[in-house]
Design a protein around this ligand. Structure first.
Ligand code: GDP
Length: 329
């Protein structure tokens, strides 16, 4: 019904409030019973349908008009949909839950092959939409996500929390997944840290600027040359069998080491030019990346041709030349 609870919260006893998506399903109905028995106020989200789909809840649902003496119904249903962000935001606003149980999904495996787009939208992006609404809520909310043993796919048993997921391989498509570690070049976008640095080196070298503002200098990355990495892409599709491959140099350097190499190559000291700006730090940071590309090296006979120092020099040379052109303009 989407309306706020009829009793002002300040007058209500301090009972926990739960929101259940997928409340009309098997687990939703049992969870509703459990939470009600623990004294929770339970709210559920339901989708619009031309048929009533609340049969599993009918024994719980009290029509507020039929039992006028009931102070408030123990369970309330609201129209919303995991495919509609604004409906989720509004529901959280109205309900102000302490706990959210996301049980809603297109949960039928066989049907997921018939409606793959819809399944991904509701099950994957839907969880993201709900989490965004939880994140933006004024009140801290505890969130439960209904995962599935289906996520293990063909990984052999026994499957635990540490077992890697192995997505099902359907249809025999020749589809490869390249897991490329950071790959750079003079054509790298200028807001990635390597190019940001080499652009700055070029402009500082020719006198067009003096400072460069950066974030976390301790992060380490496995930086390779993009030109080498596209070769790995091509090689993947030339094999007899499709496969997933990590593409990496297997060497890791910190942002500070990149600075050292880039400024040093241009005859400059990075410490004279780098200013730390908090705005470039991230909400969560991947501290260290270093790939193991042994499968690509073994099966694709791939290996990087350009090393770290050579990559830095290629980018700095290019960006000094670019800065010189800018200076003439
Ligand atoms: P990513 O590894 O795909 O995120 O590639 P980036 O080149 O954007 O970032 C590499 C690392 O550099 C990350 O750990 C960033 O936190 C770090 N870093 C430090 N300062 C900056 C900055 O000013 N811009 C960017 N893009 N990254 C920075």
């Amino acid at each position: 019904d989407g309306e706020a609870p009829s009793v002002p919260r300040s007058l209500a006893p301090a009972r926990k409030v739960a929101l259940i998506t997928g409340i009309t399903g098997q687990d939703g109905s049992y969870l509703t019973e459990l939470l009600l028995s623990k004294g929770y106020e339970v709210h559920g989200l339901i989708r619009r349908s031309s048929n009533f789909n609340t049969q599993r809840l009918d024994h719980i649902y009290h029509d507020p008009h039929a039992v006028p003496s009931t102070p408030r119904p123990p369970m309330r249903l609201h129209y919303a949909d995991l495919s509609d962000s604004s409906s989720l935001r509004r529901a959280l606003d109205a309900i102000q839950p302490d706990e959210v149980y996301n049980l809603a999904a297109q949960s039928h495996v066989a049907v997921s092959f018939e409606i793959p787009d819809y399944t991904a939208d509701v099950t994957a992006t839907g969880a993201l939409r709900l989490l965004e609404a939880v994140r933006l809520s004024r009140k801290p909310i505890r969130y439960y996500q209904a995962g599935s043993s289906e996520m293990f796919g063909s990984t052999p048993p026994p499957q635990s929390e540490d077992t890697p997921f192995h997505p099902r391989e359907a249809y025999g498509l020749f589809a490869c997944n390249g897991v490329l570690f950071n790959h750079e070049s003079p054509r790298r976008g200028e807001n990635f840290v390597t190019r940001k640095i080499t652009r700055a080196v070029g402009r500082i070298k020719v006198g067009l600027q003096t400072k460069v503002f950066l974030g976390n200098l301790t992060a380490a990355r496995d930086w390779g040359f993009a030109g080498d990495y596209v070769e790995a892409m091509w090689l993947m599709l030339q094999q007899d069998q499709p496969g997933d491959y990590v593409v990496a140099t297997e060497e890791s350097h910190t942002v500070e080491e990149f600075l050292q190499a880039a400024f040093g190559y241009a005859g400059l000291d990075w410490k004279d030019h780098v200013v730390i700006d908090k705005k470039y730090f991230r909400p969560t940071e991947v501290d260290s990346l270093k790939g193991d590309s042994s499968k690509a090296r073994r099966k694709l006979k791939w290996k990087p041709k350009v090393g770290f120092q050579q990559l830095v020099e290629m980018m700095v040379d290019h960006d000094i030349e670019l800065a010189n052109k800018e200076k003439v303009l």
